[in-house]
Ligand binder design. Structure first.
Ligand code: 6R9
Length: 655
């Protein structure tokens, strides 16, 4: 990686003030209020965190707020707790007890609601069943399920026993399960017979069988299978002695009396595997108190959560967004969460908007990739539904292209809902930067200001701040409560990956710039940053410029080795309906980029594609596109690719 500054080109000047009506009722309703809280969080972290954590259940309070510095930091030392008590037990003595915790809708439209009392009961009964099967404090339990309420029950039940869950996204194949199980030596797997995705049955249990048939997965002793689809739709083979049905081990009429296992603040809560820029996935480890406090506080303020909200985070629980903002953050705040099993476009592109109308969703938290997909389908779809219940929108996962932001604001938010663009990572555990609603104006494409306790900076390789409006490496200068504690089983990789690039800082892997108002603009991963004829160009900027053209739905920019320029800029674009691919449009688009950014940024090649290759969490896989652009075979790992045929198609389209 080079220490040169990244030329940050985007010049987005539109600003959106927090709507007065929203600000008037917001938890943090002005810039001054944010500034004061932010200052306090840095100057007097103990007072700040003690006050903000007051709703959480701690069996004993902490004696020391933070100990140590990067890379090894401990938070809230001396506290003892169990996360499930903050998410469930604490609501049993308040009116929240009878409030909906989870409103679930299956892909075929059936619904189920679990109140907090019911979720508590299910969790305690299941924790009891797991304990009887032999799950003990510290054991690793792999969870491979779809989006059903029981996946939340399974996570909370593990937490209740002090067992460490590792949720494996239901779209991963058998080998990915095998690798994860092996890496953390999981003793138990919790799965379900199958789930629905775009009208098809995903055979989850059969995939687990395939994974566990391999010798590397020998650590697994028991598999608990939740019956979701039933024998007719999804027959499964139960392995004698290893597999048990959930409904056989849980007695629905039993007494829900399993006490929570009280653990120390730094007891491991979960491991979540995430892909690095190279090599095998890293097992990011999060611990108990810091993670709970981080997700609790950011959910409350980041989404301005109120008692009557119906909150919908569209992520899968298999990703960190699902962990933090479907499970731990919202439940510890007593929120009503919508959980939707299926695909956004099943049976058609109106599904999300009907879900919002039907369940009266007030807060929608989704990803730019979804927004662009909806945008591509046209404005008619959202228009068919009444979206007036919405009051706040969120975005996460990638830089949001300003045009997608504007579309979201106008067509989904009816120009009245603030948009929170939340920047964070699997490793950070909770949102670290955001456009706090009600407190500060939004600039489309900017992820706003740091959250409480967060000191972010844009620096050169020597750790020097680059100053306003200069590009550089995005780093965090101070430890924050919900940061990862290590990479499971590989502390060396942890140190090297995050703390060796910039002395004294956590390096995020992202490039960014900070503008004159202190707003952060994340350019994308540094490894996605190109150097074209000496100019460092963020792929996100090229892409946003292309998406701002009326013909373009999605774009991905990559570098191709070039003798003259070092790298040539190749862009892959998929078009909106009505636009036709061809040399004429290619020239128009290249000119468009040339005009918007500068001649040097004019793409060298524009390739039209029906679809772009994406990870299952919706991130464009630029690494694969780089190989396609360079005419190379892909040597890297493609296990996270959503649809391999997209890649094959791109190759067959090669001239
Ligand atoms: C939560 C999540 C982390 C990477 C991160 C960055 C990108 C996430 C973003 C964003 C710009 C945002 N990213 N949110 N970039 N604006 N609001 O997505 O975690 O899957 O670990 O990805 O995603 O590049 O470094 P994870």
């Amino acid at each position: 990686m080079s220490n040169e500054a990244i030329t940050s080109l985007m010049k987005e000047t539109r600003r959106f003030e927090p709507p007065a009506e929203f600000a008037a009722r917001a938890r943090i309703g002005s810039r001054e209020a944010y500034d004061a809280l932010y200052r306090e969080s840095l100057d007097d972290p103990d007072t700040f965190w003690r006050r903000e954590a007051k709703d959480l259940v701690l069996r004993t309070p902490w004696t020391k707020t933070v100990e140590g510095d990067f890379p090894h930091v401990k938070w809230f030392l001396g506290a003892t707790l169990n996360v499930s008590e903050s998410c469930l037990d604490r609501h049993m003595s308040t009116p929240t007890r009878n409030k909906a915790a989870i409103v679930w809708e299956g892909e075929h439209g059936e619904t189920r609601t679990l109140t907090y009392a019911q979720l508590y009961r299910e969790t305690v009964l299941f924790a009891d069943a797991l304990a009887k099967l032999g799950v003990e404090k510290g054991d690793r339990v792999a969870i491979y399920m779809g989006m059903v309420p029981e996946v939340v029950v399974a996570m909370l039940a593990c937490a209740r026993l002090g067992a460490v869950h590792t949720v494996i996204f239901g779209g991963f194949a058998a080998d990915a399960i095998r690798d994860r199980v092996q890496d953390c030596q999981a003793k138990f797997v919790i799965t379900q017979d199958g789930g629905y995705r775009r009208g098809h049955v995903l055979e989850l249990k059969a995939t687990v069988d395939k994974a566990l048939a391999q010798p590397q997965a020998a650590s697994v002793q028991k598999v608990v299978v939740f019956c979701h689809l039933g024998r007719e739709k999804c027959p499964v083979t139960m392995h004698e002695g290893r597999d048990v049905w959930w409904h056989h081990v849980v007695d629905p009429n039993g007494h829900a009396r399993r006490e929570a296992t009280i653990v120390d603040a730094e007891h491991p809560l979960f491991i979540l595997y995430t892909s690095g820029s190279t090599g095998k996935p890293k097992g990011v480890l999060h611990t108990t108190a810091g993670y709970l406090v981080g997700t609790h506080v950011t959910t409350k303020y980041g989404f301005d959560l109120r008692d009557d909200d119906v909150y919908w985070c569209t992520a899968d629980v298999g990703w960190v967004t699902g962990h933090s903002y479907i499970v731990y953050g919202p439940l510890s705040n007593g929120a009503t969460c919508l959980l939707y099993e299926g695909a956004p476009n099943f049976p058609d592109w109106g599904r999300f908007w009907r879900l919002i109308e039907k369940h009266g969703v007030t807060i929608l938290y989704t990803a730019p990739t979804a927004i662009r997909a909806f945008m591509r389908q046209g404005d008619e779809w959202p228009k068919k539904s009444d979206l007036s219940s919405l009051r706040l929108l969120g975005s996460v996962g990638e830089p949001i292209n300003p045009e997608a932001w504007i579309w979201y604001h106008k067509n989904i938010g009816g120009e009245r809902c603030p948009i929170v663009d939340t920047w964070w990572q699997t490793e950070t555990g909770s949102i670290l930067m955001t456009t706090l609603p009600g407190a500060a104006s939004s600039k489309p494409g900017s992820t706003g200001l740091p959250m409480f306790g967060v000191v972010a900076d844009v620096v050169t390789k020597d750790g020097a701040s680059v100053g306003a409006n200069r590009g550089g490496m995005l780093v965090l200068r101070r430890p924050w409560p919900s940061m990862l504690r290590t990479v499971w089983g590989d502390d060396e990789r942890f140190r090297k990956q995050y703390f060796s690039d910039v002395e004294g800082c956590y390096f995020t892997g992202d490039g960014a710039r900070r503008d004159e108002d202190g707003y952060f603009w994340v350019v994308g991963r540094i490894d996605d940053v190109l150097n074209v004829a000496g100019h460092r160009i963020g792929t996100a900027e090229i892409e946003s410029t292309l998406v701002s053209h009326p013909s373009v739905a999605e774009a991905a920019a990559v570098g191709r080795p070039d003798d003259l320029k070092g790298q040539a800029l190749v862009v892959f674009v998929s078009l909106r309906p009505g636009a036709s691919a061809g040399p004429e449009l290619a020239t128009t688009l290249a000119n468009h980029v040339g005009q918007e950014i500068g001649k040097f940024a004019r793409p060298d090649q524009i390739r039209f594609a029906d679809a772009l290759p994406k990870t299952r969490s919706g991130k464009i896989m630029r690494r694969l596109l780089k190989d396609v652009a360079a005419g190379r075979e892909t040597t890297g790992d493609t296990s996270t690719l959503e649809d391999l045929s997209v890649l094959a198609k791109l190759r067959s389209d090669e001239e």
